[in-house]
Write a protein that binds this ligand. Structure first.
Ligand code: NAP
Length: 436
C-alpha cells in the first residue's frame, strides 16, 4: 500500500488525488490535509461568488473525495500541528498543493495606511474566509483604486459594482452583501501599468463589465492602439481588446449615465499613497512601454482621490520551514514538481499563480507521473493510522469529509432565498457544526 499526503484541498490537491487513484487503483491511501475544517480551497474562497458555474467543479472533487481510499483531514495546520519532516516519516509521498494565498506585496510608500488592502484579504472577505471575514473594508467613500489588470482586478471591480439583486444566486456572505449594498462607491479606477494590449483579463470575464445594472466601464479611446495592431495579438487577448474598444464607445450612449463608473487607466503605475491615518489619495506615474513591452516611468505624475485601494497584482505561496523556496517567484523551488526525495509540489505552489482551474488537472496527473518514475511507496510507512494517532496525542480534532457534509448541509439550509448556501465564516463554528 502506498501512502500519499496531499497538503491543500483546492483544485491542485483534488486533481492530484484523482490522478493517484487512476494510477495506483486500490493500492494507494490518500490523505488530503487542510488547515481549514472545510475543503476546496480556491473554489470556495477564491472563485468569485457570482461565478457559480466555475464553483460547480467541486462536484467532480466530491466524487474523488468519496472514493474509499481518499480521506479529507481538515483542521490540521502543517507547520504548526505537524511538520513536513513528520509527514515524510508517515507517508511515501508528500505533495504540497498549498496554492498561493498570500498577496504579492505592493511595495510603495504608505501602503500600510488603513484602507489599502490586498486582493487576498478583500476576496477572502466577500467569500467568507475565516481569516478575513471580519475585514470590514471601508466602503463609505466614493473612490476606489484597483491596482492590476488581471482577472482578480476584474472580479473585485465587478463585486464592488453589483446591486443586491445581481448577487441573488451567488454565495456571497450576507455580511459582505450588506456592506456592499450600503456602500457609497461611485468611482472605481482600474490601474494598469502597461497598455490595453498587455492586459491579463480574459474575454468572458471582461465582457461582464459591460452588462452591469448600475455600472459602466469607461475606456479612453486615446489609450487604444491602432486597430490594425490587434491582429498580432493572441486570440483570447484580441477578444478582450475588442471588448475594451466597445467600452470606449459607451461614453457616447446613455449607459454612461449609470451611477457607478469603472474607469480603465492604462499606462498608470502607482507611486505612493497619501492620507492622514487612512488612505485619501494615490499618486500615479504615467508610464510608457520599452522595446521589451515593460513599463517605464515617464516622470509625469498625477493624484487621484482614493478612499479604498485594493492591490490585485498576483499572489505568493507561503514558505514552509526547511522546504526549498524561490523567494523571487514566491513559490517552492522544485525540478518539475520534485522538491526533495518524496516531497513534491503541484499547482500554484509549483508554477506560481497562473492559468485556469483546469490547468491544475494536467499538473496533478504530471506529478503522479513523477511519483511513478520515482518508484514511490510500498514501504512500511503507516500513513493515516500514524497521522490519526499523532493528532490524537496533540489534541487536534480532525474534520472528516463526512463532517464537512454536515457543515455543507447546514450552510445550504441557511441560504438566502435563491442562493446556494450561507457560508459559516468562523473555524470554531465550522467545527461545532460538523456533527450535524
Ligand atoms: P495576473 O493575471 O498575474 O495579473 C496581475 C496584474 O497585476 C497584471 O496586470 C500585472 O501587470 C499587474 N501588476 C503586477 N505587479 C504590479 C505592480 N507592482 N504594479 C502595478 N501592477 C502590477 O494575476 P491575478 O489577476 O491575481 O490572477 C491570478 C490567476 O488567477 C490568473 O491566472 C487569472 O487568470 C486567474 N483568475 C481567473 C479568473 C477567472 O477565470 N474567472 C478569476 C480570477 C483569477 P503586468 O502584466 O504589467 O505585470
Amino acid at each position: 500500500m502506498r501512502h500519499i499526503a496531499i497538503i491543500g484541498s483546492g483544485p491542485a490537491g483534488y486533481y492530484t488525488a484523482e490522478a493517484a487513484i487512476k494510477a495506483f487503483g486500490d493500492d494507494v491511501e490518500i490523505d488530503i490535509i487542510d488547515r481549514l475544517p472545510v475543503p476546496y480551497g480556491l473554489i470556495r474562497f477564491g472563485v468569485a461568488p457570482d461565478h457559480q458555474s466555475i464553483k460547480n467543479v467541486a462536484r467532480r472533487f466530491e466524487a474523488t473525495a468519496l472514493n474509499d481510499n481518499v480521506h479529507f483531514c481538515g483542521n490540521i495546520s502543517v507547520g504548526k500541528d505537524i511538520s513536513i519532516e513528520e509527514l515524510q516519516q508517515l507517508y511515501d509521498a508528500v505533495v504540497l498543493a498549498t496554492g498561493a494565498p498570500n498577496d504579492r506585496p505592493l511595495d510603495i510608500p504608505n501602503s500600510d495606511l488603513s484602507g489599502v488592502i490586498g486582493s487576498a484579504a478583500f476576496v477572502g472577505w466577500y467569500n467568507g474566509h475565516p481569516d478575513f471575514a471580519d475585514l470590514a473594508p471601508p466602503l463609505s467613500g466614493k473612490h476606489v483604486a484597483i491596482i492590476g489588470n488581471g482577472n482578480v482586478a476584474l472580479d473585485v471591480a465587478r463585486i464592488l459594482a453589483k446591486t443586491r439583486e445581481e448577487f441573488a444566486t451567488s454565495d456571497i456572505t450576507e455580511n459582505a452583501l450588506l456592506a456592499l449594498t450600503n456602500s457609497n462607491v461611485e468611482s472605481i479606477t482600474l490601474l494598469g501599468r502597461r497598455g490595453p494590449h498587455q492586459i491579463a483579463m480574459t474575454p468572458k470575464e471582461l465582457a461582464e463589465l459591460g452588462h452591469l445594472e448600475r455600472a459602466t466601464p469607461i475606456v479612453d479611446p486615446h489609450d487604444l492602439p491602432e486597430p490594425i495592431l490587434d491582429s498580432m495579438l493572441e486570440p483570447g487577448i484580441r477578444k478582450s481588446v475588442t471588448h475594451l474598444r466597445n467600452f470606449a464607445q459607451i461614453a457616447a450612449t446613455q449607459d454612461s449615465h449609470k451611477p457607478v463608473r469603472i474607469a480603465f487607466d492604462f499606462y498608470a503605475s502607482p507611486v505612493k499613497f497619501g492620507g492622514d491615518g487612512k488612505v485619501e489619495s494615490l499618486t500615479i506615474e504615467r508610464t510608457k512601454l520599452d522595446s521589451d513591452l515593460r513599463s517605464i516611468g515617464t516622470g509625469e505624475t498625477y493624484d487621484i482621490p482614493c478612499d479604498l485601494a485594493i492591490s490585485c497584482i498576483g499572489y505568493r505561496t507561503p514558505p514552509i520551514d526547511n522546504v526549498p523556496y524561490e523567494h523571487g517567484r514566491g513559490r517552492f523551488a522544485s525540478n518539475d514538481g520534485r522538491i526533495l526525495p518524496g516531497l513534491y509540489c503541484v499547482g500554484w505552489a509549483r508554477r506560481g499563480p497562473s492559468g485556469t482551474i483546469g490547468t491544475n488537472r494536467p499538473d496533478g496527473f504530471a506529478i503522479v507521473e513523477r511519483m511513478i518514475e520515482d518508484n514511490i511507496g510500498t514501504s512500511r510507512k503507516t500513513g493515516r493510522a500514524g497521522l490519526n494517532s499523532l493528532m490524537a496525542n496533540r489534541k487536534v480534532e480532525i474534520v472528516t469529509f463526512r463532517d464537512w457534509k454536515n457543515i455543507d448541509k447546514l450552510e445550504v439550509e441557511h441560504a438566502r432565498q435563491g442562493a446556494p448556501r450561507e457560508k459559516i465564516t468562523n473555524a470554531e463554528e465550522m467545527i461545532a457544526a460538523r456533527k450535524g
